[in-house]
Design a binder for this molecule. Sequence first.
Ligand code: ADP
Ligand code: MG
Length: 251
Amino acid sequence: MTLIAPERAEANLVEVRGVKHFYGKRDSAGLLVLDDVDLTLRPNEIVGLLGRSGSGKSTLLRTIAGLIRPTEGKVTIKDMPGEDSAHGVAMVFQSFALFPWLTVQQNVELGLEAQGVSPEERRKRALAAIDLIGLDGFENAYPKELSGGMRQRVGLARALVVQPSVLLMDEPFSALDVLTAETLRTDLLDLWCEGRMPIRSILIVTHNIEEAVLMCDRILVFSSNPGRVIAEIKVDMPQPRKRLDPAFRAL
Ligand code: ADP
Ligand code: MG
């Protein structure tokens, strides 16, 4: 765990206030997906967003990532310039969203393309992220040569390489088999607990209650039709954030 000054611990990292989103026209013909959503993310926490399929979770995450502009309301990402090297948000997608014609390293470097980072620095940071996430030696592999779990590791490396302060994860494990999901989740929690990822908070979308309880400090319950945060559950259980037996990994 990172130690943070009390005043910083109080500050919100992400604020979502009164967000409404319609797909299509803003009338009876349009689809109201998000209705008056409020959400806060504070430093040093993993927050779960738990809700049914089709309830608007991905839409909300994309809104926070700046990929969708909400019809109404406001999303604020409160970075702390000068204090941290971490800035902004990065997202991990359920379907990995890798480019099949690019290698692992090229996929990861893509995350930095828009940031004006020099090629040498891009290479250095991409290799560090690939190493961190356990894909050392696979830099030149193509996504089709990798298992699902490894592909999602590439997705994670591509998100981490931009050094975001907030990591948004949209059902990151739901395309994986149970054992692979468990391994990746444990590895992610290890990196988080050991402070090896430069991120300050994680917002993870899931419809898996067990996963939410195992990973999160708080769980926000999301209603459907329309999507809205209707309850907050604090998870007080000691987190089983222990490393898996290596034998389990070999499966
Ligand atoms: P979830 O991630 O909780 O499954 P989504 O945010 O993906 O929910 O979708 C919420 C609702 O909005 C669904 O009814 C879905 O069909 C609809 N929807 C999602 N994306 C679009 C889009 N680009 N255009 C129109 N409707 C969409
Ligand atoms: Mg979704």
